[in-house]
Ligand binder design. Sequence first.
Ligand SMILES: Cc1ncc(COP(=O)(O)O)c(C=O)c1O
Length: 366
Amino acid sequence: MTFNFSAGPAMLPPEVIEQIRADLPEWHWRGVGQGASVMELSHRGRAFEELIAEAEADLRALLAIPANYRVLFMQGGAWGQFAAVPLNLLREDEAAAYAVSGGWSESASKEAARFGRVEIVARGEAPGYTRIPPRSAWAVLPERLAYVALCSNETVHGNEIHDLLAFARDLPAPLVVDASSHFLSRPMPVAECGLIYAGAQKNVGPAGVTIVIVREDLIGRSRRVIPSVLDYAVMAKANSLFNTPPTFAIYVLALTLQWIKRQGGLATMETRAIERSEALYSAIDRSHLFRAPVVPAFRSRMNVVFETGDAALDAEFVRFAEARGLSGLKGHRSRGGLRASIYNAMPMAGVAALIEAIEAFQSKHG
Ligand SMILES: Cc1ncc(COP(=O)(O)O)c(C=O)c1O
């Protein structure tokens, strides 16, 4: 048995892979053969239009998305949204506030600064970002504020906001959340946020589709000239079918949403994420060879960052684990160390195998 701990693109549920395999020669939609694979069919055909509508309905049900929010399926990844958010939301005489809690919020703030005035209102401590600055520690928010942006799960540094409401409540401007790496691993207070975006390739599908959930009154807000494919107004008007969408990626996303529903929805995803991450962090905390540097209250349930403190020993562990069928454990190139990404599709057996590897490696180096 092999387990893939890659941070993204990442493991998909085996049932989803099986369904793709069955559908590959000929896609069956609602029991009716379509004469070709989903990749070969028009996005304007009835079957695909029904599929994308069903994916949106499933997403709305899973996250309890209120009726005054639009769901958009876009391209360009989360990096596309780093630009799309200021282009759509930030007017020329306004500022956007960014809370930097790791590498991704840092990148988002820098990309936004190319398009308008950005103020960093909080900054975690680089290089480790082992804690997230609370709202009470933020600088005064700028006047003429268009939005406040943060990343709710920092994939590279392994920290996660566990109480998003505490950040969203009583803000004078809408909260924009990059939820890419923990999207659908837990419920989210959508109604308290202005906009949530996530690339699919970590928790909910393959690379190629980016989900944007945006409150209707924010669409068209900046009144700027925006490339059509990044323009929320254009995409919303066309129900995400303005130009050719990534049809295969949306099909896999739809299958993954059905899988999440069958498992019991986000409550089940959250329970499992807690079980997996608690087991892994306690094994690391018990060990005298490895440590998890992120302060417990901010530890990510999805991306478990750990290390021995010795780069050569970390590299040896990566090889040791690979020989046991555990792949993708090398830390991000900007961070070093080790990282186990344990998204929705990771079974407890994978975490148990990793814990065994940690213990065996420690005995070897005892
Ligand atoms: C939290 C977060 N934001 C943004 C990105 C960038 O996403 P993409 O490569 O899809 O543009 C990633 C991952 O790669 C991420 O984990």
